[in-house]
Design a protein around this ligand. Structure first.
Ligand code: HEM
Length: 247
């Protein structure tokens, strides 16, 4: 078993260290996070471009594959990756927000209840964006579906902005660099709150499967998912001016 707790950070008068550097986010969570952020941003900036239509669609499929992985990991992953560790009812979210307003913010080693709400919304909106995008790409539902796709994606962008602002505010209020912990996996906390495994092998497997899937898509190995002819057809139909681009 891998030992992940590091050096002592604070030592109370009694001499026994309480807060040490502990591993909170396993590698799959971190790979998932940055791959999701990357695929979302890529899909968003290529949304209007005909030339990058395949990049847009592949990014969308990768986003969905990542979300499917994250949902499974939310049940079988390490402690703070599990939904049972961070998904809370509306009461907990209200209490957390009140604690921020009162200037005495509740501290959570894993996701706080308000952050967790944004995370669940992002996962749901991610599925909605890809599902409506797939239908639109396959000319199901006409202009209305295209509009819906854009609407869900824009809502997701708004939640991402709130999420990033929330991360910045929480980092200041808790004097804790949350961005760094999503990169390194470590936070300061009581030893018993740390996780015992990085689960690096799972992260390598995730990257390998995503790479295989992404490459297969571009090589036409999944007919029906990414069909260059379908993309061309859609462009020619020009069913929505916004989807066909100026470049
Ligand atoms: C580029 C700016 C971003 C930064 C700095 C950032 C930062 C973070 C941080 C620090 C956390 C952990 C929060 C905590 O400690 O509770 C987190 C979690 C999360 N973020 Fe972001 N994020 C960014 C962009 C995004 C984007 C674009 C998405 C989605 C499209 C996203 C989705 C998520 C999700 C789903 C989680 C939960 C991770 C998990 O438990 O698997 N983030 N983010």
């Amino acid at each position: 078993m891998e030992t992940t707790a590091m050096n002592s950070q604070s030592t109370p008068a009694g001499g026994k260290p309480t807060h040490i550097r502990i591993l909170v986010w396993d590698v799959p969570v971190r790979v998932f996070h940055w791959a999701l952020a990357g695929s979302f941003i890529t899909a968003f900036v290529t949304a209007e471009s005909e030339a990058f239509r395949n990049v847009h669609v592949v990014s969308g499929y990768l986003m969905l594959a990542l979300i499917v992985f994250r949902v499974v990991w939310g049940f079988v992953g390490t402690r703070h990756a599990r939904f049972s560790d961070f998904v809370r009812g509306p009461g907990a979210v209200v209490n957390y927000v009140r604690s921020l307003i009162n200037g005495n913010p509740e501290h959570h080693v894993g996701h706080n209840p308000a952050g967790a709400l944004a995370i669940i919304l992002l996962l749901l909106l991610g599925v909605g964006t890809v599902a409506s995008g797939w239908m639109s790409f396959n000319e199901i539902g006409g202009d209305a579906l295209g509009e819906l796709h854009e609407g869900i994606a824009t809502t997701m962008l708004a939640v991402v902005v709130v999420h990033v602002l929330g991360v910045i505010v929480s980092s200041f209020l808790h004097r804790e660099n949350l961005l760094r912990s999503m990169l390194t996996g470590y936070k300061d906390g009581p030893r018993e709150d740390g996780i015992g495994h990085r689960r690096g092998i799972i992260a390598i497997a995730l990257v390998a499967v995503l790479g295989w899937f992404g490459w297969g898509l571009t090589q036409g190995q999944f007919p029906g998912l990414l069909d260059a002819n379908a993309a061309a057809q859609q462009a020619h139909h020009g069913e929505s001016g916004e989807h066909d681009d100026e470049d």
